[in-house]
Design a protein around this ligand. Structure first.
Ligand code: PLP
Length: 340
């Protein structure tokens, strides 16, 4: 039996020839591929050239965003239902994490709880590809985390620019990858991007400023460019799979707002028997997972009832561009029989 993985990067001859092109050029470290990738990202987000900087990971991007915004010693709001990279970055900059619960039955943090938590800075991920609704009048610094929502749309614009800074991850399992690890920072404020570029350009400098090597390689950028060019195709295929599950009648986590167009990063089924369904899918060779387990929450689960509920009432189904649509129908049929 061929095992269907939960997730798989979409790689083909284009990525192979991009990597080969760089290897053959013998110029491996940050150079023209990186600049081109940065420029193309600006195009993607409809911002002027110079407003994006690519780095070695999404975690590096988060750290650099906090650094550029001067967040040391800040109270930084982060959702408990997210990735440990958020807590790591806050720790590394020397700030204090203020943990936030999700909104009810939503993977996104409860934005109405933010004001009363008295924070200086908020890291706001749009989880599973569903755009979070942000405050219109910001009384804190806002970093949008697009690691799971690269290309999601709010009010006809790709999200990421509603606050001070947006960060992307191009890790292997994300919407596009730069070949395993990678990240980016975007901002409407070019000064912030220039600050971050200066921090990243650590070598051959004539002053004693603190800097760090967070650079992306040419191979990574070349693969990233290739993936970015295929984004619309990836998006369509993800939409098709999501629609197969939804149209079959599965109760998936989604958003009901005309202004929001999610990117289908995850197809997450609401169910009160997640472990049973995961076992049954395994029997037909399909890998599904609890998207975030209780032990993975970033703080003691007892204080965050909505996040805790999600950890016990959801499973994440395979959804990636290469997934055969026939398999998606089989997964839906199998689940429907078990749920009835
Ligand atoms: C994956 C992820 C990150 C971290 O990105 P890396 O590139 O793995 O360092 C940050 N935030 C969220 C929401 C993520 O899913």
């Amino acid at each position: 039996m061929k095992i269907i993985p939960h997730n798989k990067p979409t790689l083909g001859p284009r990525e192979l020839s991009a990597a080969k092109r760089v290897l053959e050029s013998r110029w491996l470290s940050q150079n023209s591929e990186v600049t081109t990738f940065e420029n193309e990202l600006c195009g993607f987000f409809s911002i002027e050239k110079g407003h994006a900087v690519v780095v070695s990971s999404g975690s590096a991007a988060l750290f650099l965003a906090l650094w550029a915004l001067g967040c040391k010693n800040d109270r930084v709001g982060i959702p408990v239902y997210s990735c440990s990279a958020l807590r790591n970055a806050v720790e590394m900059i020397g700030a204090n994490s203020v943990f936030l619960d999700c909104a009810e039955k939503s993977p996104n943090l409860d934005i109405s709880s933010v004001i009363s938590s008295n924070i200086d800075t908020l890291i706001a991920p749009s989880m599973f590809g569903i755009p979070i609704e942000t405050d219109k009048n910001l009384s804190y610094k806002l970093i949008e985390d697009l690691a799971q929502s690269f290309g999601a749309i709010y009010e006809d614009q790709p999200i990421g620019l509603r606050g001070d800074i947006g960060i992307c991850s191009f890790y292997a399992t994300k919407l596009i990858t730069t070949g395993g690890q990678g990240g980016a920072v975007i901002s409407k404020d070019k000064n912030l991007i220039d600050l971050i570029k200066d921090y990243r350009e650590f070598d051959n400098r004539r002053d004693n400023k603190a800097r760090f090597n967070f650079q992306m390689t040419e191979i990574q950028a070349a693969i990233g460019l290739c993936q970015l060019n295929q984004f619309q195709e990836f998006k369509l295929k993800r939409n098709n799979i999501f629609d197969i599950y939804r149209d079959a009648g599965l109760d998936l986590i989604d958003v009901d707002d005309k202004n929001c167009k999610p990117i289908r990063y995850r197809a997450v089924l609401k169910t009160d028997k997640p472990l049973f369904l995961i076992e049954k899918l395994k029997e037909i060779g399909v890998t599904s997972i609890v998207p975030i387990e209780e032990e993975e929450l970033l703080d003691n689960s007892d204080y965050y009832s909505n996040a805790k509920w999600l950890t016990h009432n959801t499973i994440s189904l395979p959804i990636y561009p290469d997934l055969n649509q026939k398999i998606a129908h089989q997964i839906a049929d199998c689940l429907l029989q078990l749920i009835k």
